[in-house]
Design a protein around this ligand. Structure first.
Ligand code: HEC
Length: 253
């Protein structure tokens, strides 16, 4: 700023002369009051060896620092693993793969909301098929298979064939293996239809298939004289699994 007296802080330079004047004037007025000697400070007991060491010790060793920085990241990752496992195997995962690969998603929608074919979402599929077996038979034969056999309705609620925009559901009995048929049907019921009640059954049957405990034919594809409500050996396997689950439930009560 260029002026000699006023620095930026302002006060010290300005206050100093006033203090000096006051102390110069004081002796003329009265004798200075003697300032009592400050009380001697209480002797401070020396720290014990342990306290002294604790005080002088560095609080966090340097090598711990990277660990502390990584800790929150690790925590987030760990908590992530505690959540419902992302399905990368098992009946629902396999079913989801087939649902896309076999083209079901093209007509019924990736999330089962419907399209060329009816919706599965919101439990609609459970209204149509109370049990998985009949749904498997339907997917095997398709609209044409039922019609050829002289049947004009499908499902527990006797849905008229061709009543959905007059479109037809293709037959998948020849394309899908028995395993794929099981997986895709349970996927539609549980994942898309939200029918969790079938999960234990689906997982048990899948486990039995994977372990070789039950053996299924390569395909379930019967002609016009065949079964339109059940699925032969697949149905037998499901019936056994249902019985097993019922026994477990009784045992746990
Ligand atoms: C070309 C389109 C198309 C494809 C592909 C298709 N569907 Fe369908 N689906 C339909 C139509 C149309 C209906 C209704 C049939 C009728 O009314 O006769 C239907 C009905 C159904 C139903 C009965 C639903 C209800 O509540 O009435 C099920 C279950 C089903 N499909 C499963 C499947 C599965 C599983 C796949 C794949 C493996 C599949 N669909 C592939 C068109 C398709």
């Amino acid at each position: 700023m260029g002026l000699p007296v006023a620095d930026d802080a302002g006060t010290p330079a300005a206050a100093a002369p006033a203090v000096a004047a006051a102390s110069a004037a004081a002796p003329a007025m009265k004798a200075p009051v003697p300032i009592p000697a400050a009380a001697a400070p209480e002797p401070v007991a020396p720290d014990s060896e342990w306290v002294a060491r604790a005080k002088s010790r560095q609080k966090v060793p340097y090598w711990v620092m990277p660990l502390l920085i990584f800790l929150p990241v690790w925590l987030i990752m760990y908590v992530g693993t505690l959540e419902a496992p992302t399905r990368e195997e098992g009946v629902i995962y396999e079913g989801g793969e087939i649902y896309v690969e076999a083209g079901c998603a093209n007509c019924h929608g990736a999330a089962g909301a419907g399209g060329t074919g009816p919706a599965f979402a919101g439990g609609a599929i459970i209204d149509t098929f109370a049990q998985a077996e009949a749904q498997m038979a339907w997917v095997t034969h398709g609209s044409q298979g039922f019609t050829d056999a002289g049947i004009d309705v499908y499902g527990t609620n006797a849905t008229q064939i061709g009543s959905y925009n007059g479109s037809a559901m293709p037959a998948f009995g020849a394309d899908l293996t028995a395993e794929e048929l099981i997986a895709v049907v349970f996927y539609e019921r549980i994942e898309l239809g939200g029918y969790g009640e079938d999960l234990a059954l689906a997982e048990l049957v899948w486990e039995q298939i994977e372990s070789g405990e039950i053996e299924l034919p390569e395909h379930f594809a019967e002609g016009p004289e065949g079964d339109f409500t059940g699925v032969g050996e697949i149905g037998d396997a499901l019936a056994l699994a249902r019985a097993e689950l019922a026994e477990e439930e009784i045992a746990s009560e």
